[in-house]
Design a binder for this molecule. Structure first.
Ligand SMILES: Nc1nc2c(c(=O)[nH]1)N[C@@H](CN(C=O)c1ccc(C(=O)N[C@@H](CCC(=O)O)C(=O)O)cc1)CN2
Length: 295
């Protein structure tokens, strides 16, 4: 009989990482260095507001200063670009993020490209993504995208090696799907990656071969039990808001169904898996870049 699926506990792992980071921030403080994270939020979407508030609470917890730029939902492209320029110029802000998604009609790529690549705490600036493309074997000394970095850290801290594994990624968004393959195929990790998306013809044919599935499609239950092999490792990144038919309350639903989890060896729950790791990796990026700048 197969062993019980084990939980990849993102909450506990993120808490351990935050405590390690607090020690490193204290060491920087002794040398007179205070890392500062800036956030730029446009509009009042409740999810994005919650994420940004969480980033500031995390900073306070580990001793990182934080700077906030909040703009109304009808802010123009020029006003958003001016806010990016302010964060680029602010010496107290050593790294910053633009909370995504931006409102419809905003040229997101132009905003991301305007960030000073050295202050890009999200690792989503084209220069930093380009460094990942170019440096397969060498160390990458710029910020890495937070969710992919958090997924790898979550697996490694649970003793799961990705070396030689078949990883199937579902979803091609900027923050996870398109960038995670760049991290997983680096020589230090050495996984084999298949990127699936809404244009993939036979998703199950890919997922059935996978040792690890990273589901970031935002489609509740897109990965079901008949689509996975026994012992698979499941990482659920999908975030959809659904109304629970029993309670009538809104809750987060992931991409992976319970019958798939039942066949897994390890699974990251959603919520409580990758989300807290994303938050912890943002702090790690800010601390690492302050440490790099201080030598
Ligand atoms: N500039 C960025 N924008 C966005 C990113 C990003 O990394 N950079 N990722 C997501 C949002 N996000 C952080 O910004 C994020 C998402 C989820 C969580 C989280 O901890 N989720 C909880 C559940 C929360 C709930 O109940 O709603 C969990 O998984 O346990 C943190 C951060 C898109 N935008």
């Amino acid at each position: 009989m197969a062993a019980e699926p084990q939980r990849l506990d993102g909450k506990a792992t993120a808490a351990a990482i935050k405590s390690e980071l607090a020690t490193r921030v204290a060491a920087l403080a002794e040398r007179g260095i205070t890392p500062g994270l800036g956030t730029l939020l446009v509009g009042d979407d409740p999810g994005s507001t919650w994420y940004v508030n969480g980033k500031h609470a995390d900073c306070a917890e580990v001793g990182i200063a934080s700077i906030r730029e909040d703009l109304p939902g009808d802010a123009t492209q020029e006003q958003i670009e001016a806010a990016v320029d302010r964060l680029n110029a602010d010496p107290a802000c050593t790294g910053f993020i633009v909370q995504l998604p931006l409102p419809d009609g905003v040229d997101t790529n132009a905003i991301l490209e305007r960030i000073d690549a050295d202050k890009d705490a999200d690792g989503l600036h084209p220069t930093n993504l380009g460094r990942l493309v170019l440096r397969v074997a060498e160390d990458v000394t710029s910020s890495l995208p937070c969710t992919p970095k958090g997924i790898i850290e979550l697996l490694e801290r649970h003793g799961i090696s990705l070396r030689g594994k078949e990883v199937v990624v579902i979803g091609r968004g900027t923050t996870v799907g398109r960038s995670i393959g760049l991290l997983l195929t680096r020589k230090a990790v050495n996984a084999t990656v298949t990127l699936c998306h809404t244009g993939t013809k036979d998703l199950a044919a890919h997922t059935r071969r996978a040792d690890v599935i990273v589901a970031a499609a935002g489609v509740p239950g897109i990965v079901s039990g008949d689509m996975v092999k026994d012992g698979v490792v499941l990482v659920d990144v999908g975030v959809s808001r659904v109304t629970d038919p029993e309670t009538g309350k809104s809750r987060v639903a992931g991409d992976i169904s319970a019958d798939a989890v039942a066949k897994s060896s390890w699974f990251s729950p959603n919520p409580g898996g990758v989300g807290p790791m994303t938050r912890a990796m943002l702090l790690a990026n800010v601390v690492e870049s302050a440490e790099r700048a201080s030598v």
